[in-house]
Design a protein around this ligand. Structure first.
Ligand SMILES: C[S@@+](CC[C@H](N)C(=O)[O-])C[C@H]1O[C@@H](n2cnc3c(N)ncnc32)[C@H](O)[C@@H]1O
Length: 208
């Protein structure tokens, strides 16, 4: 999927998820699970393929110290505006998820969020993203990754299976898989059949 063109055309239907109560409820529950038993500030969070920053901003509002990364400069401008409007602190970095260290991303991230980037990458890019996440994640980090069930969808993301996710994150354990509850508009649902799931991965199996 060419996000540069999509954003230039104003095509970003994934942002509609923020208006979908069932989706918001599911993602909020995931965030709450990572925060349970702790006090804010919760530590560093990395929003991979942050887009206009919707979910990174939500994490910042909840008390995470957030960095958002995207490789499309145009959408980072929108993210900057949104950050200003919301009055939160969030670092925004122009960079590629396959070379986080090259983009200046440091280490110690306790939460890594991906709402729709990994599942559109090629296999070698996914492996590179997995390696980069390994390099910047804290030892007790969690990855929350959203992926469609894999199938050919033309220029749209192919999706990723659990096995493909595990292949890119060989040192991590998938602890939970659940529906995202996103209900796409009817024509989109029929055409793309996203069947979207959340995957929660933990690096350190000894902590829940
Ligand atoms: C489906 S959109 C999701 C955006 C945002 N996370 C959201 O939920 O609103 C995927 C995002 O990943 C970004 N992206 C795709 N490939 C990337 C890469 N290799 N490195 C950095 N960002 C990438 C795109 O520019 C786009 O903003």
């Amino acid at each position: 999927m060419n996000y540069e063109i999509a954003y230039a055309l104003g095509f970003h239907p994934w942002e509609d998820a923020a208006e979908e109560p069932a989706f918001v409820e599911a993602i909020t529950r995931l965030f709450e699970d990572e925060e349970r038993g702790r006090e804010a500030p919760y530590g560093r969070a990395l929003d991979l393929g942050t887009g206009s920053g919707i979910w990174g901003i939500e994490l910042a509002r909840r008390g995470w110290e957030v960095t958002g990364v995207d490789n499309v400069e145009r959408v980072l401008d929108r993210a900057r505006d949104r950050v200003d409007e919301e009055g939160v602190e969030m670092e925004l970095v122009h960079g590629d998820v396959t070379d986080l260290r090259g983009a200046g991303i440091e280490t110690g991230y306790r939460l890594i969020l991906d709402t729709g980037t990994f599942h559109g990458l090629a296999r070698s890019q996914r492996a590179a993203m997995g390696r980069e996440v390994d390099a910047v994640a804290a030892s007790d980090a969690t990855v929350l990754l959203l992926a469609w069930e894999p199938r050919w969808r033309g220029p749209l993301p192919r999706g990723a299976s659990r096995r493909e996710i595990e292949e890119a994150f060989p040192d991590w354990t998938v602890t939970d898989v659940g529906p995202s509850n996103f209900v796409a508009p009817r024509p989109v649902e029929l055409l793309m059949r996203p069947e979207e799931h959340w995957y929660r991965l933990r690096r350190d199996e000894s902590t829940p």
